[in-house]
Design a protein around this ligand. Sequence first.
Ligand code: SAM
Ligand code: DTB
Ligand code: SF4
Length: 328
Amino acid sequence: MSLAQALPFSNAGLGQIRNDWTREEVRALFALPFPGLMFHAATVHRQNFDPTEVQISTLLSIKTGGCPEDCAYCPQSAKYDAGVKAEKLMEVEKVLAEARAAKASGASRFCMGAAWRAPKDRDLDTVCAMVEGVKALGMETCATLGMLTPEQVLRLKDSGLDYYNHNLDTSPEFYSKIISTRCYQDRLDTLEHVRAAGINVCCGGIVGMGEGLDGRIGMIATLASLPQHPESVPINMLVQVEGTPLADAPKLDPFDFVRTVAVARICMPASVVRLSAGREDMSEETQALCFLAGANSIFYGPKLLTTPNPGRDRDMALLDKLGLRPME
Ligand code: SAM
Ligand code: DTB
Ligand code: SF4
């Protein structure tokens, strides 16, 4: 079956930036035979990027644990006992020391994550000082701090924030099975404030939470129908943490993860798609398929926020084996 027969729309347009993806179209992409899906994702990837380049970000948890939200996947929620100790916001100097080390080991972007529902204005002063300091090192800056008001967004912009990470996490329909303490529209509102201030948007989600194919279709269709695609799209494989409600979620077939990456690449051709959480439990072969499917960014360094990530040596060895190199 040719692609033209398989898809309910002309494949001549594949690779064009569109913000009107329907669920039917996204479903048809997911339903493609694996080789055809991979071929199209790789083609769209090559039209927009050098496929040998991988953007490298480093994550630091600047405020760990004790979060009032109830996100069912998250070890940092105060509602679950996942063994994460609640800590205070880090000191600016300590964060800058971590950023220097990240730069020295090859990261071009430094992402600061805080386990907040939303930042308090006093805490935001400290985060703004961190952003200024990281920017002064010549790195790209990113933060993920929960919901933001338009005023808070402007303060972050003035401090030099390049990217804000705020995920939709899943489809609008599945969302209430995962989080009850804030709604989908809250997330869309924060994303709109970030966009309006001219900060790059980093927005994606998690697969493997029991969302099923419909959940993955709904998530990608929503992301790809935002008025402007996020510049960066993290696709996380659920990290199943003991003590969280999703600790025993049924394992996702790795091919379904790869398919999600490929469909994200096709629907958001010019976005950087990040093979995000979950690499610690992923084979090198699955990661390689993700890069073939158009993923072109990773988190680099032995820890995500609270859970393990592959060590730097292992990652550099993998990139080397595959002939990939860090994006300048
Ligand atoms: N508290 C802020 C918020 O939720 O917006 C920022 C930090 S929060 C940890 C950032 C993102 O990490 C979440 O939106 C979710 O997509 C991802 N995440 C958290 N726990 C995860 C897990 N166990 N597996 C995969 N992704 C996870
Ligand atoms: C994103 O989409 N994934 C990162 C980042 N944005 C902040 C976080 C992953 C967290 C995984 C669980 C943990 O380490 O606590
Ligand atoms: Fe809090 Fe963010 Fe974790 Fe949700 S994902 S519990 S908001 S730290």
